[in-house]
Ligand binder design. Structure first.
Ligand code: NAD
Ligand code: DAU
Length: 358
């Protein structure tokens, strides 16, 4: 399924229609911007409920692009999901939408299970009914649980979910793959490591630490800070998903790893150095319950089958991310204060007509 030079579809048109879910979030918005960065003959739908993590401001770069359309839909609503998919008639679905934060999943598991598992089920059902030609389910390396050094998990590694978030993702991975085995809906699953980059909600480690450091506030490190994560620049992740959309085999899982396996404390220290703040801002706090000690995956399969590799080195990626947060203090302030919701509502009014025209 080549996005750039696709043969005429069933309807005789060469227009490729891609429905992205969760396109107002951190990674989904980067993916929408990537899809629309060229002059490909695409129609991109963004199905998003606009939870606290969904921010249409992340998509100002594509605002006004006639190839882009926003669909305000909650995947927990089976009928609304089915109507949106039927109305858009996608050739492909790339499914990012999720409750993505582990700490929130520990405090409040219900929305996580409802969206990540049941919402995925509603989307798969709609895709099956509409015989969608391609479905990429975006998942996470967290489903493998903690991996002891020196091992790296490949795609056959047993699943060992520690949090409600990772369990909901592991369950939805299996459900998505069953739709290939049972119904021949051509599903591929990607499992990526920790992402970082612009527009990430400042609840996750890197954007939280950068925005706290820039504000001169303390940096809360869980436990001893020696937990290891494998950092992947968001644009590298998006290129990997596009590679799987174009070249991935149905029924297969593809790991997407980054360029730096680092303990959290080292990441925090580098952020303090990059922002010119002292290490004394570090504050050790009570550890996360069930905290996985180390994530480590190999992306050898994805590299071999698609030619993808991560391009962004961690030091360069971190420097440009710090610069982005420094230069976009208004975005951070609007997200932190919740004022971006007003912006979304103002903007959404214009989009109501598009939704009703489906
Ligand atoms: P995010 O929290 O920034 O964005 C999630 C988006 O999904 C938001 O726009 C939100 O409004 C939308 N959404 C949530 N519930 C919804 C619902 N019920 N119906 C419709 N839309 C809904 O998330 P992210 O960090 O961009 O992650 C995107 C995907 O990538 C998730 O599936 C996540 O599991 C996966 N992933 C994330 C990372 C990471 O480091 N952030 C790494 C690997 C995989
Ligand atoms: O591995 C991929 C996963 O990475 C994704 O599936 C998740 O959606 C994404 O949130 C992320 O999960 P983590 O739990 O690894 O990310 P988080 O940024 O929440 O935490 C990274 C590490 O930093 C983790 O070991 C916990 C620690 N941490 C986090 C926060 C928010 C702290 O020490 N202090 C903090 O305040």
């Amino acid at each position: 399924m080549e996005l750039s030079a696709r043969a005429a579809g069933d309807n005789g048109s060469s227009l490729m229609k891609i429905l992205v879910t969760g396109g107002a979030g951190f990674i989904g918005s980067a993916f929408v911007r990537l899809l629309l960065s060229g002059d490909d003959d695409l129609s991109v739908g963004n199905l998003d409920a606009l939870t606290y993590a969904g921010n249409l401001e992340n998509l100002s770069a594509v605002d006004g692009d006639p190839r882009y359309r926003f669909l305000h839909v909650d995947l927990r609503d089976a009928e609304a999901t089915a109507r949106a998919v039927e109305g858009f008639e996608p050739d492909a679905i790339v499914h990012f939408a999720a409750e993505s934060h582990v700490d929130r999943s520990i405090l409040s598991p219900k929305p996580v299970v409802d969206t990540n598992f049941t919402g995925t089920f509603h989307l798969l059902e709609a895709a099956r009914r509409c015989q969608v030609g391609r479905f990429v389910h975006v998942s996470t390396d967290e489903v493998y649980g903690s991996i002891d050094a020196p091992d790296d998990a490949d795609e056959t590694w047993p699943l060992h979910a520690s949090s409600p978030y990772s369990a909901s993702k592991a369950g939805s991975d299996l459900l998505a793959l069953s739709y290939w085995t049972t119904y021949k809906l051509p599903v591929s699953v990607t499992r990526a490591s920790n992402n970082y980059g612009p527009y990430q909600f400042p609840e996750k480690l890197i954007p939280l630490m950068i925005s706290n450091a820039l504000a001169g506030e303390s940096l809360p490190v869980y436990g001893d800070g020696q937990q290891v994560r494998d950092w992947l620049y968001v644009d590298d992740h998006c290129r990997a998903i596009r590679a799987v959309l174009e070249q991935g085999r149905p029924g297969e899982v593809y790991n997407v790893g980054g360029t730096a396996d680092l303990p959290n404390l080292e990441v925090v220290r580098r952020i303090l150095a990059a922002t010119g703040q002292p290490d004394s801002l570090i504050r050790y706090v009570v550890d996360r319950p069930g905290h996985d000690r180390r994530y480590a995956i190999t992306s050898e399969k994805l590299m071999r089958e698609t030619g993808w590799s991560p391009q962004m080195g961690f030091d360069e990626g971190l420097a440009s991310t710090v610069a982005w947060y420094r230069d976009n203090a208004g975005w951070v302030e609007r997200v932190r204060s919740g004022a971006y919701r007003e912006w979304s509502e103002r903007n959404y009014g214009r989009r109501q007509a598009e939704l009703e025209s489906l």
